[in-house]
Write a protein that binds this ligand. Structure first.
Ligand SMILES: Cc1cc2nc3c(=O)[nH]c(=O)nc-3n(C[C@H](O)[C@H](O)[C@H](O)COP(=O)(O)OP(=O)(O)OC[C@H]3O[C@@H](n4cnc5c(N)ncnc54)[C@H](O)[C@@H]3O)c2cc1C
Length: 357
């Protein structure tokens, strides 16, 4: 429907209008018709300046910047932010040990004042229409339109399937020593990794405790030089398959092995990879890194014009403060691009009018 209107407007017989007003130039006329077209789309399509998909720290910080730039912003979120199981958030000054749900609530309260509309819905598809606008489609099939798109949909950690991991995740089972190492300093720390990447995490955790044990759960993917390093740093390797882990009131107590033996342990850090929470950016054609995150330049811009990414979905350190900073950068970049489009259009109109004066 919108495209039909566009083509009618664009193929309009300009000479008819010019016969009424011979002083009007063809270029000027086309500009006016295009502007009318944009205004029409704004009204009928409820065209947004920006649609943000994902309401974690990245999406929310992008939203606050754009809201404060008086942009029309629609933010979609399924409220499954990555650290929702965490016992307390760290490495974000002024918010030490805040519960992630409380942190998000503070963000929501602050956003209200800037007119950002937040919708708790999943976006299942994103594409561009023939007018060059972004179309985001929710899980009920409803379409939403915008000039720019910010994807901040985050990652999900692949939690090992060993019984007990899910229950203790975020309180005694972790993946990031910078986020949770301080809380278990000096305690007995287990590293869980069936892949070949656990040895580095094991070495890193020696910073927080002398008592670190590497559990490989029936696998042995350790190369000779890694074995030497582990040995030199007093990190024993236990390869017995694990039956389950047990805890009380969120605190890990022991690891139970399939051979019937048990070992006391206070915390486990695991390495088991991550996946994108959703594949919207990849399906759109965004370039991905080998690690499975979206490639973006320093302005958070992807290879798709008008499509920006921020936070864990993109390539950088996975911290709340970094995600929020990338959201802010994306917000500024998007605002500048929108501003440039308006000033360019105005400059073109002025130039064409001057030419025919
Ligand atoms: C257990 C744990 C503890 C952590 N602790 C810390 C810590 O102490 N300090 C720290 O700095 N970092 C910590 N992190 C890392 C931190 O959680 C991430 O770096 C941060 O959440 C990234 O923010 P984000 O906005 O990119 O993604 P997220 O916070 O994951 O937010 C993405 C949002 O997008 C939504 N979404 C996804 N797909 C769609 C879709 N199709 N439609 C609509 N919405 C969608 C999700 O529901 C989610 O709300 C921790 C992570 C974990 C797992």
């Amino acid at each position: 429907m919108f495209t039909t209107l566009a083509s009618i407007l664009q193929s309009f017989n300009l000479s008819i209008i010019q016969s009424f007003n011979p002083s009007i130039s063809t270029t000027s006329l086309v500009w006016n018709l295009q502007t009318t077209h944009v205004r029409y789309l704004n009204k009928v399509m409820e065209l947004q300046d920006v649609i943000i998909i994902g309401g974690g720290p990245a999406g929310l910080n992008g939203a606050v910047v754009l809201g404060r730039c008086l942009r029309k912003v629609l933010l979609f979120d399924t409220e499954k932010y990555r650290n929702r199981d965490s016992h307390g958030m760290h490495n974000y000054l002024t918010r030490d040990h805040i519960l992630p749900t409380d942190f998000i609530q503070v963000c929501h309260d602050e956003l209200k004042k800037y007119g950002v509309v937040r919708i708790t819905k999943k976006i299942t598809e994103a594409k561009k229409n023939s007018d060059g606008y972004f179309v985001a489609i929710d899980d009920d099939g409803k379409e939403y339109y915008s000039k720019k798109l910010l994807v901040a949909t985050g990652l999900t950690d692949n939690l090992p399937t060993v019984p007990g991991f899910r229950e203790l995740y975020g309180t005694s089972v972790f993946h990031c020593p910078y986020c949770d190492g301080w809380e278990v300093k000096g305690k007995k720390i287990g590293i869980y990794a069936r892949n070949k990447e656990g040895w580095e995490l094991a070495l890193a955790l020696k910073n927080w405790s002398k008592n670190v044990v590497y559990y490989t759960d029936g696998k042995y993917n350790i190369r000779p030089f890694q074995k030497d390093q582990l040995k030199a740093n007093d990190i024993p390797v236990n390869s017995v398959p694990i039956a389950r882990i047990e805890g009380e009131e969120g605190l890990l107590k022991k690891i139970v092995f399939k051979d019937g033996t048990e070992e006391a342990c206070d915390a486990i850090f695991f390495v088991n990879g991550f996946t994108q929470q959703c594949n919207l950016a990849e399906a759109f054609g965004c370039e991905m890194s080998k690690k499975g995150v979206v490639k973006a330049n320093k302005f958070q811009q992807t290879n798709i014009p008008g499509l920006y990414v921020a936070g864990d979905v993109a390539r950088d350190m996975h911290f709340v403060v970094v995600a929020a900073a990338e959201g802010a950068k994306a917000g500024v970049s998007i605002n500048k691009e929108l501003q440039k489009e308006i000033t360019d259009r105005k400059a073109l109109a002025k130039a064409t009018d001057d030419m025919f004066e």
